[in-house]
Ligand binder design. Structure first.
Ligand code: NDP
Ligand SMILES: O=C(O)C1=N[C@H](C(=O)O)C[C@H](O)C1
Length: 326
């Protein structure tokens, strides 16, 4: 198992363990202070050709704000309402010209019903917390409001069941970044085409995220599910989760300015006789690729609802396959 201390038997350890900060490892060329990231404002994305109301749930959090900003800059109508797990927060969040009112759990059903009355074609995008996934989804399904679930965790089986039973529209994905979605799609294709091709291989998985991330990476779980179809046996407890900023800085090589917003993933496979190894990495700094992908997801879902598409439950691979990701 990938440990932060013990190297594997034969192969030299993966770069995350081998090297110090930024040392040699093809460290992600995340934008640094010297080369500022293209912000949503400077990315100059043309406005979406469609416009519809979008309610971003979780605007007290980091993804909520990023998605609300991306939606506004793509010309969508941001509904000035969001929710919190806390009552009487008495807080508003300013996104561009829109002042978003934050409501607590006791008023969420009434407030959301009023929003739906006023904006019947509203799409909700959810970036809240793992322990809210199922109760939020149940509310959206009960009120028949289409939703994009970007929040990871919760009971995923129950989530799908709630949508199926209610006949609601939903797009669910632990990963909204276009290029990572493409990697995941490739993994799923390989798993379907060559089941068992990696039988007997050992898998080691390490994921590093900002300290505030509550759950294990949903993306890592989805990639591991593909490795399992390829014949690798795995126990989810074996994922090495890095949440300590010091380790992220000096062991993983996360640029300092992205300690509070990054997603580094490493998958290392070794053959039973140690003669063959594979390594896959995807390292993201910041949140803009998820925010842009979430708006793509909302636009896609809105289109599906308007055309009364019979499928009703989608993921980001569906969006990518339709060429609907920027
Ligand atoms: N699919 C994807 O591509 C991505 C998914 N994610 C996932 O999105 C989620 C959020 O991430 P992030 O923004 O970084 O986390 P944050 O902790 O910054 O934000 C989450 C926010 O959700 C709010 N919240 C918690 N419970 C509820 C509730 N019941 N109703 C409304 N709001 C609630 C919290 O605020 P309060 O205290 O006010 O309730 C908090 O501000 C995580 O599950 C993460 O894994 C993140 C990035 C990309
Ligand atoms: O919490 C995050 O930040 C992220 N969560 C998603 C996950 O759990 O896979 C996607 C990405 O890793 C960022």
């Amino acid at each position: 198992m990938l440990s932060l201390r013990a190297p594997p038997r034969t192969f030299s350890p993966p770069p995350w363990r081998r090297l110090g900060r930024h040392g040699g490892f093809a460290a992600p060329r995340c934008a640094s202070a010297a080369a500022p990231a293209a912000t949503l404002e400077t990315a100059a994305s043309p406005p979406a050709s469609v416009s519809f109301p979008i309610l971003v749930n979780g605007c007290t959090g980091k993804m909520g704000v990023s998605v609300a900003e991306a939606a506004t800059s793509r010309g969508l109508h941001l509904v000035p309402v969001s929710f919190s797990s806390r009552e009487n927060l008495g807080k508003t969040i300013q996104i561009g010209d829109t002042e978003i009112e934050i409501y607590g759990p006791s008023s969420r059903e009434d407030v959301l019903s009023s929003v739906i009355d006023e904006f019947p074609d509203v799409v909700v995008v959810d970036y809240t917390a793992p322990d809210s996934v199922n109760s939020n989804a149940e509310l959206y399904c009960e009120l028949g409001v289409p939703f994009v679930m970007g929040t990871t965790g919760g009971d995923q089986q129950l989530l799908y069941k709630s949508v199926q039973d209610s006949n609601n529209y939903a797009l669910i994905s632990p990963q909204m970044g276009k290029q990572v979605v493409a990697f995941l799609a490739a993994m799923e294709t390989i798993a379907v085409q060559f089941p068992g091709a990696f039988s007997g291989y050992r898998l080691e998985v390490l994921e590093s995220h900002q300290a505030g991330k509550l759950d294990t990476s949903g993306t890592a779980k989805a990639v591991i599910a593909c490795f399992e179809k390829l014949g690798v046996s795995w126990d989810m407890d074996r994922i090495v989760k890095v949440r300590d900023p010091e380790q992220q800085l000096y062991m993983v090589g996360v640029p300092e300015e992205h300690i509070e917003g990054h997603a580094f993933h490493l998958y290392h496979l070794t053959s039973p006789d140690d003669s063959v190894s594979f390594e896959f990495q995807h390292n993201v700094c910041g949140r803009s690729i998820y925010a842009e992908g979430s708006v793509d997801a909302a636009v896609f879902l809105h289109k599906k609802v308007q055309s009364m598409d019979p499928k009703r439950i989608y993921n980001m691979i569906d969006v990518l396959q339709e060429g609907a990701m920027r």
